[in-house]
Design a protein around this ligand. Structure first.
Ligand SMILES: Cc1ncc(COP(=O)(O)O)c(C=O)c1O
Length: 463
């Protein structure tokens, strides 16, 4: 038998060499020596993962799966997508067999076509489906592709906090340097609930963050976790600084249809001079309440998108064809109903505003102080009162208070939320460690389960 056939793998070599010595002293040391050569001793983790290998989400998502906990933490709807979208997916799976195969790398043509025509009207641009649209694996895929394609070693990226938590690791993995600037609440009348609109950027502080190394600014409106919808005036400030310093604006607008109280979502790409330097990111998951479909897109000028196409072609290649077909058909339906009461983009925010208001009323009953969100799936609530009444919750001394509070709430009250310090840079966590984030994009039955838990909590508060 040829030698190569005898020793098919490392385990076989090990057994062959060590087996006869088992139980003998000299054998034990030989075994140790051989074991060391078989276990890899090289530095395995790529340097780009340094500092980002611990993700608090893993811990909190695990806690949410514990028995009898109402999960108001993670951002997904626990109700079905609209019938027309589900039917479109069923049709994609059972119809044309070619939808089981690869499609064009930069997007299934009917999808890039409808995205171009739908968003072309909204953004006031003549969008070319081949040059100005890239379909990605969710908005996550769009963000990753954008950071990898544009951010170079040492480039600075301005991140407005609190921020969707992947912006920081994505900047770092691309070799960039995150530069943080915080939204800060303005003081309100005592007893009144705060609104996310009163959280603002200090224009002087924002301007001071731009340097000759600034490559990009990442904007998220409506914002996760705060639910802030940036006003036109705020966007004009960001736009003028981006233009003044020749900076790309990456704008994450995945919650654009979820705005409340008549609030208007404004895309920064529609402001004068901004289309040329803006990447606008969207998500079918958030648009059609189907987060598992993982279809996203980026819209922008060819001068930027050509680099994203290079990156995408050489990494992800493309997003599943059937999901793209379902999204294409869903957008075609929405285009026909646009602006009418039958439109999902009209009906969804109305329904979700009721969920938001329900949650606000319920949370107030136990002394939590919600900040009223103008948009998104989320609201944050102030827990300062609890911080002063129960400052010594279990947990490590350096663990931010909001994380200890959420663990306490899961264990003692059966309710899961997400600590807001997760959405902040480490040096600024103290500024935000008295807020927690709840997701109200939930079915009526989940909100009722929340009410039961809160009623019990309220009863326990009675002297
Ligand atoms: C602000 C923001 N951007 C992007 C995403 C990711 O979207 P997708 O599920 O389409 O990847 C999320 C998901 O929670 C989000 O909140």
């Amino acid at each position: 038998m040829a030698l190569g056939g005898m020793f098919r793998n490392a385990a076989a070599i090990y057994l062959h060499l060590v087996g006869p010595f088992r139980g003998k002293k000299s054998g034990a040391s030989l075994a140790r020596c051989l074991h060391q050569t078989l276990v890899m001793t090289k530095q395995l983790q790529a340097r780009r993962l340094d500092g980002i290998d611990h993700n608090p989400w893993v811990e909190f998502v695990k806690l949410a799966s514990e028995a009898d906990v109402v999960n108001l933490g993670q951002g997904f709807p626990d109700f079905p997508p609209p019938d027309f979208a589900v039917e479109a997916f069923q049709h994609a799976v059972s119809g044309d067999f070619m939808l089981n195969q690869y499609t064009k790398a930069f997007g299934y043509p009917p999808l890039t076509k409808i995205l171009a025509s739908f968003f072309g009207k909204l953004l006031g641009q003549d969008i070319d489906p081949l040059k100005n649209v890239l379909v990605t694996v969710g908005a996550y895929g769009a963000l990753f592709t954008a950071f990898q394609a544009l951010v170079d070693e040492g480039d600075e990226v301005i991140i407005i906090e609190p921020f969707f938590d992947c912006y920081e690791p994505m900047t770092l993995m691309a070799g960039g340097r995150p530069v943080f600037v915080s939204l800060k609440p303005s003081p309100n009348q005592d007893g009144e609930l705060d609104s996310s609109s009163s959280w603002q950027l200090d224009p002087t502080e924002l301007a001071s963050k731009f340097t000759s190394r600034t490559k990009a600014l990442i904007l998220n409106t409506p914002n996760n976790p705060l639910g802030k919808v940036f006003s036109r005036a705020e966007l004009e400030l960001v736009a003028s600084l981006c233009q003044q310093h020749d900076v790309v604006c990456i704008t994450d607008e995945v919650y654009q249809w979820l705005v409340y109280d008549g609030c208007q979502h404004v895309s920064i790409a529609t402001l004068p001079g901004m289309w040329e330097r803006t990447l606008t990111i969207g998500s079918a998951g958030k648009t059609f309440s189907a987060t598992g479909w993982k279809v996203g897109w980026v819209l922008g000028p060819d001068s930027l998108l050509k680099h994203l196409r290079t990156m995408h072609q050489n990494s992800i290649f493309h997003c599943p064809t059937q999901a793209q077909a379902a999204v294409a058909q869903s957008f075609e339906r929405e285009q026909l109903h646009f602006g009418q009461p039958s439109s999902y983009f009209v009906q969804l925010p109305q329904a979700i505003q009721r969920c938001r208001d329900h949650m606000i009323q319920s949370l107030k009953s136990v002394g939590l102080r919600p900040v009223i969100p103008q948009g998104s799936y989320f609201l944050i609530t102030d827990i300062s009162e609890f911080k002063s009444k129960m400052p010594n919750l279990p947990g490590a001394a350096d663990e931010p208070y909001d994380r200890r509070f959420v663990k306490w709430m899961i264990k003692n009250k059966g309710l899961m939320a997400i600590p807001v310090s997760i959405f902040c840079s480490v040096p600024h966590q103290k500024l935000f460690d008295h807020y927690i984030r709840f997701c109200f994009m939930k079915d009526e039955s989940t909100l009722q389960a929340m009410d039961k838990k809160l009623q019990k909590w309220k009863d326990e508060l009675r002297p």
